[in-house]
Design a protein. Structure first.
Lengths: 412, 481
């Protein structure tokens, strides 16, 4: 390593004795000429301790420049430190690395995400996070691999957004699981269903892989998953039991209630607590099936009092799913018809805006042309001097965004 | 809607270049939101004429009118105008329109479709440009007249000399004060300074700003962080000795070799202007790979550093651009792109800073970014030693490692970078000046994710304490960290 060359070069370059720097003006130069560097190099610790207490209280032990009486000891110390410190700053050669390289990420055979879709993901992460679940589901269906640089941000989002975890795990695939081992915050992805269901995962010793197998089993055959849980339960250790309880809670089924209640007497306090919570939520769960979306919209619209808050509440309760086209069209027509009636009680413009946004977010993109017509009609009506109705422009923006987003991911 | 008139055409910019125009991430975010056709009306482009324009619906009743023009063709910087009241420049509407245009979603419009306001804007812009040129011509005329009249020329020259001499006097006085202060601290002991808080350091830094030595003032201000470090006695004395060396270098600058004198002048705060560098710097023509880019936000200015590597060698150049906070520094060079250009290097002891003299072509393909030519960690350490030998105030050097692998550590501070080619390792230094600490995690995880744990080319800033990664190449992409 070039320690000594660097140091002598600095000394030579900084104050070059040959360039006519004479008459003792350059104290540093004078110092150098006396062969300062080699003497100063080993003295760093001494210089620091002297500087700490001050040269007024402690004199520098040796190598005091004689001759120039004007030289202040403090400045001499700084000159010496400039030389001695250099050796510290230039450092040595980097330490050797002779260990084995860590295992790299496994290869991902899927085709890479097209560039427009990669830009779209950037836009979604920055400006439209609400469309991430839809986008991930579409990528999963299309079978692309993402540019790896996105993985940390997505894994961070999955920490708090449990809704995207199942799709995220498949989209990130094996490289994602490899990456997740680097941060304690990303371990959850190891317990999500894998791309293929492999019984070896369940038979193996790794707890995360075993839970991932059960998660995958739930997706293909919930009953088989439930049977497996009941059968395996007595032999399992607490961390696995906690993971299984989390899966049962995600795929909540009132039929699980007797089994979950039997777990309230489990040996582990942790498991007892979790089982009690799950049993409570299963008991509270309404037995009646979720109403059909379109039928319920029609019912709420036909009941006059239903326009407004009830409709809004229902629409918001269904904001984690894709809506059918006929129900969405009913909503659009109602919004177009009622938009002008601002004075009607219960139909505030705020509620109208909320419902509009929900249509933009969840309606199938096939209603886009209908919305475009509404926008055009409104422009004509406004030109004719009619009072302005509900503005569908923002809905069109959302639908356009989602239409383009899905079009970029459709496999040719 | 938009109009023509401009002979210089502009091929559509890739989105990455437009991203690089954004003054800050928030503006870009907002711009991306506006990059769908929904909020736009009367929009159109005349790409061959280098014009894009449209009306964007905002919160008010009247839509904002946005126009962008590429007066120097696709390789030049665009100029823009928006009627919105934002003080960001370019504003989100302009970014939205340009992104829309970049995606090919802005229809081509005929010259008859240009609204009057675009004509007006173009007209007034051209008028201003002409006025500016007329002013320049008048100045040149004056200069020529002065050259013809030796007395007047001597007078102006004298005035300039007087101003320069005044500044030198101020710097001299400021550095005398600094030397006195340093001497007093070392005489009475650094422990006293540690107990005195930031006040004396702040006062001294202000004194040096008044003395027109901003480089020294910044170093003095950085003493505060030296004093709060765990190994503060070593770091403070090291910084003291460098200040002392700088004072000595300044006083004897006439005796120093010219490049080192230029380095001392810059470290004190007398940098060469871009025009001076272009005039006297070493010219290098090459195809340059954009290695990486960092924005540093200071008090009132954002500084953008862009590093380039010449294709025909391994020489690295650093371009600088400044902008007031809220505006984008002018260098819109996406990482991974290749730039065919002539640069001029500032004539310094360790030449690194360069200015663009002539930019010929910029090609970018985010999916197939060419990898840079990389060395080993030992090469980086040698480069650092050489830079330090030439310029003792060097803190780090830009370096490309040919095959780097991040080594995951148990804690945030224990990550390392292994050099698979040179069988060496260095700490992964994640702190970035002026950026929040959570960025450090992003940096480490981004490096691991984008490189995939494979030996990959890595660009960063090397110093003996470790390597600060900036860009990693993997899967055909250049990933900015």
């Amino acid at each position: 390593m070039p320690d000594t060359t660097a140091e002598t070069a600095v000394v030579g370059a900084t104050v070059n004795p040959d360039t006519g720097d004479t008459a003792g003006e350059a104290r540093l130069s004078a110092l150098m000429e006396r062969g300062g560097p080699p003497a100063a190099v080993g003295r760093w610790a001494e210089l620091v301790s002297t500087a700490l207490v001050g040269t007024d209280r402690r004199a520098l032990s040796s190598a005091q420049p004689d001759g120039e009486d004007s030289q202040d000891p403090a400045l001499t110390l700084l000159s010496l430190a400039a030389v001695a410190g250099l050796v510290h700053r230039v450092g040595g050669p980097p330490p050797r690395f002779d260990g084995a390289l860590p295992r790299p990420a496994p290869a991902d055979p899927r085709p890479p995400l097209p560039d427009p879709a990669a830009r779209r993901l950037r836009a979604i992460l920055d400006s439209y996070p609400k469309y991430l679940p839809q986008w991930l589901a579409a990528v999963r269906r299309a079978g692309y691999r993402l540019p790896a640089g996105f993985s940390p941000a997505l894994l961070d989002l999955g920490r708090t957004n449990t809704l995207i975890r199942a799709d995220l795990a498949v989209v990130l695939g094996a490289p994602g699981r490899w990456l997740a081992k680097a941060s304690g915050n990303w371990k959850y992805i190891l317990r999500e269903a894998r791309e293929t269901l492999d019984e070896a995962d369940w038979q193996g010793p790794d707890q995360d892989s075993r839970l991932a197998y059960v998660a995958g089993l739930y997706l293909v055959g919930p009953d088989a998953a439930r049977r497996l849980i009941r059968q395996a339960w007595p032999q399992e250790r607490v961390p696995v039991k906690m993971g299984l309880l989390a899966l049962m809670s995600r795929h909540a089924d009132p039929a699980d209630l007797p089994f979950v209640e039997s777990l309230i007497k489990d040996d582990s306090k942790q498991v007892r607590g979790e089982a009690t919570l799950l049993a409570g939520s299963l008991q509270r769960r309404p037995g009646r099936p979720v109403p059909d979306f379109t039928a319920e919209i029609r019912r709420l619209l036909s009941v006059h009092r239903g326009i407004g808050r009830d409709l809004h509440n229902f629409v918001m309760s269904r904001s984690d799913e894709d809506w059918p086209e006929d129900g969405s069209v009913l909503l659009l027509d109602a919004l177009a018809a009622h938009g002008e009636r601002r004075d009607e009680p219960g139909w505030s413009s705020w509620i109208a805006e909320q419902v509009q946004t929900a249509v933009g977010d969840h309606a199938p993109v096939s209603v886009r042309d209908r919305v475009a017509r509404l926008v055009a009609d409104q422009a004509l009506a406004a030109a004719a001097g009619e009072p302005p109705g509900a503005d569908f422009g923002p809905v069109l923006v959302l639908l356009d965004f989602r239409r383009d987003m899905l079009a970029e991911l459709s496999v040719p | 809607m938009v109009g023509a008139i401009n002979p210089a055409g502009a091929a559509r910019w890739p989105a990455e270049r437009i991203h690089a125009l954004a003054p800050d991430p928030a503006s870009l975010k907002a711009g991306v939101k506006l990059s769908s056709p929904g909020p736009w009306s009367e929009y159109g482009a005349r790409s061959e004429a280098g014009l894009v324009g449209g009306a964007c619906k905002g919160s008010g009743a009247k839509p904002y009118q946005v126009s962008a023009e590429f007066p120097d063709g696709a390789e030049g910087q665009p100029v823009y105008k928006c009627t919105c009241p934002s003080r960001k420049f370019p504003c989100k509407h302009t970014l939205g329109l340009l992104l829309l245009w970049s995606a090919g979603a802005v229809p081509e419009a005929g010259p008859d479709a240009i609204p009057a306001r675009v004509h007006e804007w173009l007209g007034s812009r051209r008028e201003r440009a002409e006025r500016g040129e007329a002013r320049k011509a008048a100045q040149e005329e004056r200069a020529a007249a002065q050259a013809a009249d030796p007395a007047a020329a001597a007078r102006t020259e004298k005035a300039a000399e007087r101003r320069a001499a005044q500044r030198i006097d101020r710097i001299n006085a400021g550095l005398d004060d600094l030397e006195l202060w340093l001497r007093d601290q070392v005489r009475s002991g650094l422990t006293g300074l540690k107990g005195a808080g930031y006040r004396p350091i702040d006062d001294l830094a202000r004194r040096l700003v008044d003395a027109q030595a901003p480089g020294v003032a910044a170093r003095v201000r950085a003493l505060a962080s030296c004093l709060s470090a765990p190994d503060w006695p070593d770091r403070t004395l090291a910084e003291f000795s460098l200040l002392h060396l700088l004072i000595q270098g300044w006083r004897h600058r006439d005796a120093l070799p010219a490049p080192l004198a230029a380095t001392v002048r810059r470290r004190v705060g007398l940098s060469l202007t871009a025009a001076e560098i272009a005039e006297c710097g070493e010219r290098v023509s090459d195809r340059w790979l954009v290695l990486g880019s960092r924005d540093l936000a200071a008090d009132k200015l954002t500084e953008r550093r862009v590093w380039l590597q010449g294709e025909s060698g391994t020489r690295i150049a650093m371009l600088l651009a400044f902008a007031p906070n809220g505006q984008a520094p002018g260098l819109a060079l996406p990482v991974g792109a290749t730039l065919d250009a002539e640069l001029a290097f500032a004539p310094e002891a360790a030449p690194l800073r360069a200015v663009l003299v002539e930019q010929r072509d910029l090609s970018t393909d985010p999916g197939r970014a060419p990898a840079p030519q990389g060395g080993t960690l030992d090469d980086a350490a040698s480069a650092f030693a050489a830079a330090l030998a030439a310029d003792p105030w060097t803190t780090s050097v830009p370096a490309v490692l040919g095959s780097a692998v991040p080594l995951v550590g148990a804690g945030p501070g224990s990550w390392q970078i292994a050099d698979a080619k040179g069988a060496a390792r260095a700490a992964l230094v994640a702190e970035v000046d002026g950026i929040e600490p959570s960025r450090a995690d992003h940096l480490r995880h981004g490096l691991l994710a984008s490189g995939g744990g494979h030996p990959a080319p890595l660009f960063g800033l090397y110093r003996p304490a470790g390597m600060n990664p900036i860009t990693v190449w993997g899967d055909g992409r250049a990933a900015s960290l």
